[in-house]
Ligand binder design. Structure first.
Ligand code: SAM
Length: 368
């Protein structure tokens, strides 16, 4: 692993904790951490397996045939996921994103979506239900996911050029099938979709403009993500990061853009719109512009550990409590206590951690 040499956090850009949304009634008793950040979003990893071996996420050398994935019996069941989700939603969580690994590899994911969507009615609370997927299995599933109550889909796609895409997913998967998945999702009513593109130097920076043009024409929102130092296996080097500033400059030169306000407090992306009114793009700059200050996200791993940061080394085992017979009140108290003690802000602290021996958990395990 390379030394974590690091960009500077710009104090002027440091984000502040968001206010608790007014639409959350007092009964929600929203959990607030030591830095005053409310718990408003939950990402749930439903599998640590993926059918891609993206070079920046699950490199083949590490995730090979000998890699030990979480055994099936240790995964949270759909009933367990829904029970925990219910407790989080009662506490004020208003957005749940299903992720992984590749979430569409989990058998019958549509049934889980239906169960989670049922919480809206049961708890009489708004609940934004979203999915992040590599799009490889989306063409066949999009309509059923919509029917089950999913509201939003983000598709990860790193290139339009088939050779470049195959080189990045490293399993020879053709880009045409992901594009067909995106079209199917749009036809099922999920448009405009967000398209996440991780930009890694030497691989796909020349794809930014073709991607921007293609998705602008189709009314979707391309979001360029800086290659992050998540996990311990992707050989991250600062030199491989293409800073958002550079990406924005190249887009602006070809298709002038201007900044627009974030859609909501705590959003990870900065938004930009084309000056000719033809759409918008986003940048996610975890490396050059850390967004810990308003991070309202908790992550539930495949086997039910609660992680407080994408860069965390350890989680808090909720499954053990669940399976030992804890009631909802005890689970709720445990979640509130864990969140209440949270002070994580890894991306802001990178510079102080240079050279430190850390073993952050893999993104495919806790979910991107
Ligand atoms: N398989 C699903 C997918 O491809 O969207 C969900 C899981 S994936 C881990 C979630 C997101 O994390 C994807 O958009 C992926 O590109 C992004 N990601 C993974 N490793 C990353 C890294 N090192 N830096 C930045 N983004 C990364």
């Amino acid at each position: 692993m390379n030394a974590r040499v690091v960009p500077i956090v710009d104090e002027r850009a440091r984000r502040r904790p968001p206010a608790i949304p007014a639409d959350l009634d007092a009964a929600a008793a929203v959990a607030v951490d030591r830095l005053q950040r409310p718990l408003l979003d939950l990402r749930i990893s439903v599998t640590d397996r993926c059918n891609f071996r993206c070079v920046y996420c699950m490199p083949k050398e590490y995730f090979d045939d000998a890699h030990e994935y979480v055994p099936h019996g240790e995964l949270l069941s759909f009933e367990e996921i829904t029970r925990l989700a219910r407790i989080f939603v009662r506490r004020g969580v208003r957005k749940i994103r299903l992720t992984g690994g590749e979430p569409l590899l989990r058998r019958d994911l549509v049934a889980l979506v239906r169960m989670l969507a049922g919480l809206r009615v049961e708890l009489q609370r708004p609940l934004d239900l979203a999915l992040t997927t590599n799009g490889s299995l989306l063409e066949r599933r999009a309509a059923a996911l919509a029917e089950a109550g999913l509201q939003r889909i983000t598709v990860s796609l790193d290139a339009l050029d088939d050779d470049v895409f195959r080189r990045m997913n490293d399993v020879d998967f053709p880009v045409a099938r992901v594009l067909a998945g995106i079209d199917a999702a749009a036809a099922a009513g999920f448009g405009p979709l967000k398209i996440n593109m991780v930009v890694k130097r030497g691989y796909n920076e020349h794809q930014v403009l073709p991607m921007a043009r293609y998705f602008r024409e189709r009314g979707h929102v391309l979001r360029c993500i800086e290659f992050m130092d998540v996990g311990s296996s992707n050989g991250w080097r600062l030199d491989d990061v293409v800073p958002s500033e550079r990406i924005l400059a190249s887009i602006d030169a070809a298709m002038p853009i201007e900044a627009i306000p974030a859609a909501e407090a705590g959003a990870v992306a900065q938004r930009w719109r084309y000056r000719d009114g033809s759409g918008e793009i986003g940048t996610i700059s975890s490396v050059t512009r850390a967004f810990c200050g308003d991070c309202t996200r908790a992550r539930l791993s495949t086997e039910g550990s609660l992680y407080l940061c994408l860069f965390a080394e350890r989680g808090h085992d909720l499954r053990a409590l669940l399976r030992a017979g804890a009631d909802d009140r005890q689970l709720d108290a445990a979640i509130a206590a864990v969140w209440g003690a949270r002070a994580d802000r890894y991306s802001e602290l990178r510079s102080e951690q240079t050279g430190a021996q850390r073993e952050p958990v893999e993104m495919s395990y806790i979910g991107g």
